[in-house]
Design a protein around this ligand. Structure first.
Ligand SMILES: [Zn+2]
Ligand SMILES: [Zn+2]
Length: 418
């Protein structure tokens, strides 16, 4: 029989210690900031019925046509590993009849069949917030600011945010036709994908990565110039709320983002240090998505941030050195049970404790303590057993002294250094 493969699937990544702690750290910074703004965590399945994504992200979007991990399960259901967060959250809000307005955040793995590159993997980690049932442009601004605050908290100083408005139900249809006509005139300069976009949703041509397409549409009419009065006002209020916070945004009138459900505000965070794959995340308003799921009219706005690129853009913060570990050392089989008891007692007191059960020799146990980067060893031998004490050895200084059974937890804690 052949061995199982020792290589991970293309486009996936292992987070091994100590780097795994960096991912967790970033997730926890996000949780803390989101909860500060009144968001509560929601956990939804990693796979959904395929139409949850097809009908929300848009049938012609790149995500749906090229990037989804879709499969039939053994019960012949059409399922898809979630390529993004928002549709599953909206589905869950409706299915669980959550009271609106509600503020939710999520943290977890997402899946897209993309061409793997630095900072871009087929399984990736994303965090995001969704404010459902809030219509004010001040919420858009608060969320945009929230994202910059997150990056700043991680020491990312070269992050800029681009902002745009793509209009609403009232003004977009007319604009879409204007754009379609204008693009039709330069159709022969557009790629095959853009020909399809032209038919289905011409706004997506702005998202095309092909350089000749970008050149061809340079002077195409932008959504920003075709907003209705209400959208114009909404956008002005978003921008002035950002200015009030001293946030230097960049107006990008071509920023549409590749999803069908956005309206009005769209925004994206860009890091100069990342090169071609420079987007850290982004978001926008999706005032019609809840209705498209059959729910009540519900204005909504959200942001999603990719953690792989965030980790690349963040300066390598030194991880706290984990010296918060006590190693319990036993001299002979006769003390092994007492060692077990002590380790349990330390753990119950909140002190990480470990025993090397396999090395019957003390030298081997000390080696293990070193390898585990323990701060100290608590030693139990026949002498200690008869006196009812432990010997506590500080592994940083080599000093050793006896402590009573009652005082051991405090004495160990005193040796933990930050
Ligand atoms: Zn409008
Ligand atoms: Zn194109």
């Amino acid at each position: 029989m052949s061995e199982p493969r020792r290589t991970r699937p293309k486009g996936t990544q292992d987070f091994v210690p100590p780097d795994s702690a960096r991912l967790l750290h970033v997730e926890n910074v996000f949780r803390r900031l989101a909860e500060r703004c009144g968001y509560q965590e929601i956990v939804t399945p990693t796979f959904e019925h395929t139409d949850v994504f097809v009908k929300s992200s848009g049938e012609g979007s790149d995500i749906v046509t090229k990037e989804m991990y879709s499969f039939k399960d053994r019960g012949e259901r059409d399922l898809t590993l979630r390529p993004e967060g928002t549709p599953g959250v909206v589905r869950a809000v409706l299915e669980n009849r959550l009271r609106l307005p509600c503020r939710l955040y999520y943290v977890g793995p997402y899946f897209r069949y993309c061409r793997p590159q630095k900072g871009r993997t087929r399984e990736f980690h994303q965090v995001g917030v969704e404010a459902l049932g809030e219509a004010s442009p001040l919420v858009d601004a608060e969320i945009i600011y929230f994202g910059t605050d997150f990056f700043r908290s991680l020491g990312i100083s070269d992050c800029t945010v681009q902002v745009n408005s793509i209009g609403c139900r009232d003004c977009r249809p007319a604009y879409r036709e204007t754009l379609r006509k204008s693009l039709f005139d330069r159709k022969e300069r557009l790629c095959a994908d853009c020909h399809v976009r032209l038919e289905r949703n011409p706004l997506r041509v702005f998202d095309c990565k092909v350089e000749s397409c970008q050149l061809a549409i340079q002077d195409a009419p932008a959504p920003r110039q075709h907003l209705c009065r209400a959208c114009e006002l909404h956008h002005e209020q978003v921008l002035s709320a950002l200015s009030r916070r001293g946030l230097l945004y960049e107006a990008n009138d071509r920023l549409v983002r590749g999803l069908d459900y956005y309206d009005r505000t769209t925004f994206e965070y860009i890091s100069a240090s990342l090169g071609a794959q420079d987007s850290l995340g982004g978001g926008g308003r999706y005032d019609y998505l809840v209705e498209e799921f059959g729910g009540p009219a519900t204005p909504a706005v959200g942001v999603a941030i990719g953690l792989e690129r965030t980790l690349l853009a963040a300066p390598a913060v030194p991880l706290p050195e984990n010296r918060h570990l006590a190693f319990v050392v036993w001299l002979s089989e006769a003390e092994l049970r007492a060692a077990e008891d002590l380790a349990d007692r330390l753990r119950a007191a909140g002190i990480p404790a470990q025993i090397d059960y396999d090395s019957s020799k003390v030298k081997g146990q000390f080696k293990s303590a070193d390898a585990a980067r323990a701060a100290c060893c608590v030693i139990i031998g026949p002498d200690e057993m008869s006196k009812g004490v432990y010997s506590l050895k500080d592994l940083a200084t080599g000093e050793q002294h006896e402590v009573s059974s009652d005082a051991v937890a405090e004495a160990v804690r005193a040796l933990f250094r930050d």
